[in-house]
Design a protein around this ligand. Structure first.
Ligand code: MF3
Ligand code: CO
Length: 255
């Protein structure tokens, strides 16, 4: 079932989204060679608690996950696409690219956001992948308003990624959000124009293109959570929670 949020709920989501964006900004400023992914997770946890929120991924169980997610933040390095589990043993090194994905429950409503950043100096190709993935999200967001089809959004995202010579991950998708971490509908990051249901004013969705340098096939790691590219190629991921409006949309996860 696709839910419609009230204007009051959207205000609260926007308040939470602002906090989430500022926390992610803080955590990303700590990304550097020598830091463990667990340290980033702990920082995110402490900051969200201090802000009066709850980390919504901690203890989360999805329909098909066997275990509850054990951390607050998802930290996915290089060929890891999403849902990398923070660990004391994962130390970032110069040249890595890392996706930080964080979800917040604030005043009972949920927002979701992710960014990808480089560790120190990164290759031209990696930097280009990050840029294009980010542009695909902003391009997709610009296409949104009431009456647009989700696949039109997907078409825009996919075109931007593929024109640059990269691949869009197809098996992982965006989703409705707000009353829960994941709600209906699924929002693919690819598509054919004019297909699917229509976006309506008051829908709140988490849009999250994932792109990689090589082939788009994916594999699940033994930890049961981390999705990786099958060919080991680098992958980037950006995500915003947005509210659909009549003539456009409002990005909720920004400072
Ligand atoms: N932003 C992630 C997603 O939409 C959140 C996943 S929940 C987690 O898939 F438990 F896997 F972290
Ligand atoms: Co999400």
């Amino acid at each position: 079932m696709i839910t419609i949020k009230t204007p009051e709920e959207i205000e609260i989501l926007s308040e939470g989204g602002k906090i989430l964006a500022s926390i992610l900004d803080d955590v990303s400023s700590k990304v550097g060679a020598g830091i463990s992914t667990k340290e980033l997770d702990t920082r995110a946890y402490n900051l969200i608690k201090k802000a009066g929120g709850n980390p919504s991924f901690l203890g989360y169980k999805s329909r098909d996950s066997k275990t509850a997610y054990p951390a607050s933040l998802c930290v996915s390095i290089n060929n890891e696409i999403v849902h990398g589990i923070p660990s004391e043993d994962r130390i970032l090194k110069e040249g890595d690219i890392v996706s930080l994905d964080f979800g917040m429950e604030y005043k009972k409503l949920f927002t979701d956001m992710s960014i990808t950043v480089g560790v120190g100096e990164i290759s031209q190709k990696a930097s280009n992948l990050i840029d294009i993935t980010k542009k695909s999200l902003s391009g997709g967001i610009k296409s949104l308003r009431g009456g647009v089809f989700p696949e039109d959004y997907g078409f825009v995202v996919q075109s931007i990624v593929e024109k640059a010579g990269f691949s869009i991950i197809k098996e992982l998708v965006g989703h409705g959000v707000g009353y829960a971490v994941h709600e209906d509908p699924d929002i693919p990051n690819y598509g054919k124009k004019g297909k699917g249901f229509e976006f309506k004013e008051g829908m709140v969705v988490a849009l999250e293109p994932m792109a990689c340098i090589g082939n788009s096939d994916i594999v699940l790691a033994d930890d049961g959570w981390t999705w990786k590219t099958k060919d080991g190629s680098l992958s980037a991921h950006f995500e915003h929670t947005v509210a659909i409006e009549k003539d456009g949309c409002r990005i909720l996860t920004r400072q």
